[in-house]
Design a protein around this ligand. Sequence first.
Ligand SMILES: N[C@@H](CCC(=O)N[C@@H](CS)C(=O)NCC(=O)O)C(=O)O
Length: 361
Amino acid sequence: METYAIILIVMFATLILVPLLTYIIWVILHPKNHDTVPGYHPEITVKHNKNPPTTHKLELYYQMFSSNSLKVRCALGEAGLVEGVDFIGHNINMHDPAQAKGWTYLKINPAGAVPCLVHNGHPIYHSHEQIRYILKTFCKPGLLDVEDKFKNECEASIETTSMMKEEIEVDPIKAMEKRAGNCLFPMTIPMFVGNMVYAGSESSLQLGFTDFIKQLLWVPIDGNVKILGMYLASKKHGKDTLEKVAPVKTLVDGVKSAIEIHMKNLNVQVCKYEGKYLFGDELSMADLGWIPILDRMKKVGWLDLFDKSSYAGVWQYWNALEKTNFYTEKEKNESHKMSYIMEALETFKKESGVFEGLKYV
Ligand SMILES: N[C@@H](CCC(=O)N[C@@H](CS)C(=O)NCC(=O)O)C(=O)O
């Protein structure tokens, strides 16, 4: 064989075949993303995490931007548990699949989602079960709890504010109508797309080309093509993405009608009993479920579409919730980290007209 042919074969093997085979073997061996059963799992034991290194008996995996994480952080905070003292917080960068869907994290939470609470080495999956666990395990009697006569309504409210990706994947419209929590991802789409279109690299929601390639390599592990689709669509359609891309439009139109149902119901529920919260003047776990939803609605711009007098109950409720101790402190310390994200969102809202003519009265 000619020397140049041998050189070509060696180059082909080194540059293409070896990396490709390595990738295939890595995909085969790597744990895969899968749904988890909500609740406490004493039969599963996970290793202590090294980042930061700890042997603490209570650990929370979360991300600052994640709504479901906010719910559990509020629950821990209002229960009087302090990060770094009573529990160790592990920050997971959900935009980096190497962290969120990496070997280490999938061994802890096979869903590759945040939050995940670990107590004495055993995980509690899904945020609505985590807040129930916190109530049962760490709250002094009465704290964040309700009187017996409110128990059923309290549980129903926790269910309404839960987010179940499994339901959204089957039928997003039905899922959004079923739970206010299922509206969280679709209601954030203007923020995601707005940042893909207008944000610079300073925004943590901006996806660059290398991030795109990384997400692509991770598809066989997490099966997540939604983010890739949104990236390509936002590059092609820019400010018109929400109008021109049918699956995105379906989701955003779905929120537009589902959120009205949930706010009407909430308006009735908050006016049912006296007091600033759902069941009186004492904060409950059910109230904490509404914080991430109303917070996200406020930040993206949905809440401002609701008339202040027709939805007076919702507005008063939000005004009370945003003054709760943990949320106030968190906003003081963390809201500046959202400034680039918010800037890009505001530009997108202006340019795309996503909320133009939309008003709930
Ligand atoms: N039902 C879960 C939903 C968790 C969830 O979807 N979390 C989002 C962040 S708010 C997430 O991790 N998304 C990334 C992904 O699932 O890949 C819970 O309540 O904990």
